[in-house]
Design a protein around this ligand. Structure first.
Ligand SMILES: NC(=O)c1ccc[n+]([C@@H]2O[C@H](COP(=O)([O-])OP(=O)(O)OC[C@H]3O[C@@H](n4cnc5c(N)ncnc54)[C@H](O)[C@@H]3O)[C@@H](O)[C@H]2O)c1
Length: 250
């Protein structure tokens, strides 16, 4: 029987790459995104790769939308085995005292509440059905402090905390919940930003011990390892994938 996975933010970047990697394992996938075009594009690619896939439009910061994508998954596929809780946004890059309240609310709404709502409804199905595996996307900014990303960093540190605490409550019910903490990774958005600002790319790379950015495929490989049966005894971890970047900051 094929496994069933949900990928939020699956219309682009790390979500899309991970969905495609999971399809190689034969996983049927529900793609969740606010961006209809990107979400439908991923679904087409997944179907071409030979798995069943469904797009559900949702804003993860809206609890009703979240319940709806979970209900639609269960209606179509009967269960949820894997959840890549990944949708997120960055901020304007301003210092905190120059940041509007609306920006703070938006980042917290999507990056933290969206992740909590997702687990609230997905884990309920998983526990009822005997277990499942969840990977949340944190960030380097979730394990170290950095300027210009205070709110983003708060949400990503929050993801690290909720990951550990949920394991304390639900590992006994068959849940595995881990997080990944990527450093700067060449998703389409980051790539086009650096193409327009080559000096920024050089400066970012020079601060990374391996002297290059990560690739979405590398993150997808790690997430797939954590989600699927190969990582059965890994629980509550936050795994950094950043070319050594955060290791040089302690
Ligand atoms: N790319 C990096 O360098 C990097 C590094 C560390 C962490 N991350 C994290 O990885 C995750 C994915 O980022 P990415 O780089 O792939 O970015 P991306 O912009 O390529 O993809 C994010 C996707 O999430 C969707 N999305 C945004 N807001 C949403 C909402 N409210 N509801 C549903 N979907 C929404 C977007 O439409 C987009 O398809 C984010 O949580 C981000 O914080 C990225």
């Amino acid at each position: 029987m094929s496994k069933v996975g949900i990928v939020t933010g699956g219309g682009s970047g790390l979500g899309q790459s991970t969905a495609l990697r999971l399809a190689k394992e034969g996983v049927n996938i529900v793609i969740v995104d606010v961006d209809e075009e990107g979400g439908n594009e991923t679904v087409e690619i997944l179907k071409e790769a030979g798995v069943d896939a469904l797009f559900v439009k949702a804003d993860v910061s809206n609890a009703e939308d979240v319940k709806n994508y979970v209900d639609q998954t269960v209606e179509k596929f009967g269960t949820i085995d894997y959840f890549f809780n990944n949708a997120g946004i960055s901020g304007s890059g301003k210092y905190f005292l120059e940041t509007d309240i609306s920006e703070i609310e938006k980042i917290v709404g999507i990056n933290l509440l969206g992740v909590l709502y997702g687990i609230r409804y997905v884990a309920e199905v998983m526990v009822k059905n005997g277990g499942g595996s969840i990977v949340n996307t944190a960030s380097s900014a979730g394990v170290i402090g950095q300027d210009t990303v205070v709110t983003y960093s708060a949400t990503k540190h929050g993801i690290v905390g909720l990951t550990k605490s949920l394991v304390a409550e639900y590992a006994k019910d068959g849940l595995r919940i881990n997080s990944v903490a990527p450093g700067p990774t060449e998703t389409p958005m980051v790539k086009s930003y650096f193409e327009a600002n080559p000096k920024m790319k050089e400066s970012a790379e020079s601060g990374i011990p391996q002297k290059r950015l990560g690739t979405p495929e590398e993150v997808a490989e790690l997430v797939t390892f954590l989600l699927t049966g190969k990582a059965e005894y890994i629980n509550g971890e936050v795994i950094r994938i950043d070319g050594g970047f955060t290791n040089t900051k302690f």
